[in-house]
Design a protein around this ligand. Structure first.
Ligand code: GLA
Length: 378
């Protein structure tokens, strides 16, 4: 039996770029662009509408869509998305209202889950605003987890609780397939450093096939435009961000406007070798091997064991030192010093040769060397 989210979920979510500007046309054009640009075929399957799709009031006890933004309605939109071979996701919240103040699912879990199932929803992002004081957080997620299961439809359950109650310790138990581990990401290097490099350390024991830590959606390709824009990042910073998310076995939910990607964004989001690291069937979340500070200049090495016995390694220059030399030592990865390994560069897409004991390379500021070490018999 195949399990849902056997590898980290991949797709697109409206929030980072569109925020409240979301509507039917944007979603249709996005879905079409995902096919044309090759994103669907690269594995990005879920098209998820975040908050602010809802109308202000329930009708006959049911949630309904904003008729101005979605004149043809959500079921028709889901059908269109499905017709392109993509999956359709939507958003609600465990409290009385969504974070943006629309009606949400507290006390309506069963009817809302049923409604979503009837509309053809394949993915539910479930937020944590306006929860009643004194009501247990994990219990609220359990209620929706149960309601989703009772629909009989396969719906991926994305818990968005910001790490408040350590959801990595109970997310899978309540039926979650992924759970946010932090507050919201924004389109800046500082945010990537904080959410990615600082806050994911130590969570690797909690992820695996069917249940993933979620350090929030990608900001790759936003360049300071859109709802969570905070100055934007360079291509090197987006490359580091994407490399880390791949090593973390994090869900890869694109946040930029895929209708208007530049060449650098395409190259990053469509890097099949990096995606293969993320989607490796072993499902191990990468971990921080170590950190070398040099004053305030920090270099880090992260590693993700892969199913074929090879190891993906990220060598990150988090500081501003030009061309910083970074070394990964075999012993830090559990490899014997004398074991020869083939080294492949997953951004340059080339073999770098066979090394023994360690591998060193120079990395530009805020950039990364993403390599794969494949042990060979010596
Ligand atoms: C919270 C979530 C975000 C987004 C907004 C929508 O802040 O963490 O990811 O869904 O709500 O209002």
């Amino acid at each position: 039996m195949s399990i849902l989210a056997a590898t980290p979920p991949m797709g697109w979510n409206s929030w980072n770029t569109f925020g409240r500007e979301i509507n039917e046309q944007v979603v249709r054009e996005t879905a079409a662009a995902m096919v044309q640009e090759g994103l669907r075929d690269a594995g990005y399957l879920y098209v998820v509408i975040d908050d602010l799709w809802e109308d202000d009031e329930r009708v006959d006890g049911r949630l309904t869509w904003d008729p101005v933004k979605f004149p043809a309605g959500i079921p028709a939109l889901a059908e269109y998305v499905h017709s392109l071979g993509l999956k359709f996701g939507i958003y609600s919240c465990a409290g009385s209202h969504t974070c943006a103040g629309k009606p949400a699912s507290y006390g309506y879990e069963e009817i809302d889950a049923q409604t979503f199932a009837e509309w053809g929803v394949d993915f539910l992002k479930y937020d944590f605003c306006y929860t009643p004081p004194g009501v247990d957080g994990p219990m609220l997620y359990q209620r929706m987890g149960q309601a989703l299961r009772m629909t009989g439809r396969e719906i991926l359950y994305s818990i968005c609780e910001w790490g408040t109650n350590e959801p990595w310790t109970w997310g899978a138990r309540v039926g979650g397939h992924m759970w946010r581990t932090t507050g919201d990401i924004n389109d800046s290097w500082e945010s990537i450093l904080h959410i990615g490099f600082e806050r994911q350390v130590g969570l690797e024991a909690y992820a695996g096939p069917g249940h993933w830590n979620d350090p929030d959606m990608l900001v790759v390709g936003m360049y300071g435009k859109g709802n969570v824009a905070r100055g934007g990042c360079t291509d090197a910073e987006y490359r580091s961000h994407f490399s880390l998310w791949c090593l973390l076995a994090a869900p890869l939910m694109i946040g930029c406007d895929v209708r208007a990607m530049n060449a650098a964004t395409r190259e990053i989001l469509l890097n099949a070798e990096a995606i293969a690291v993320n989607q490796d069937p072993l499902g191990r979340q990468g971990y921080r091997v170590g950190q070398t500070p040099w004053g305030r200049q920090i270099a880090e090495v992260w590693a993700k064991p892969l199913s074929d016995g090879s190891i993906a390694v990220g060598m990150f220059n988090l500081g501003d030192m030009p061309n910083r030399l970074i070394t990964v030592a075999w012993e830090s990865l559990g490899l014997h010093d004398r074991r020869p390994c083939r080294v492949r560069d997953l951004w340059a897409h080339e073999e770098l040769g066979v090394y023994t004991g360690s591998f060193s390379t120079r990395v530009a500021p805020h950039d990364v060397a993403l390599i794969k070490l494949t042990p060979v018999s010596g």
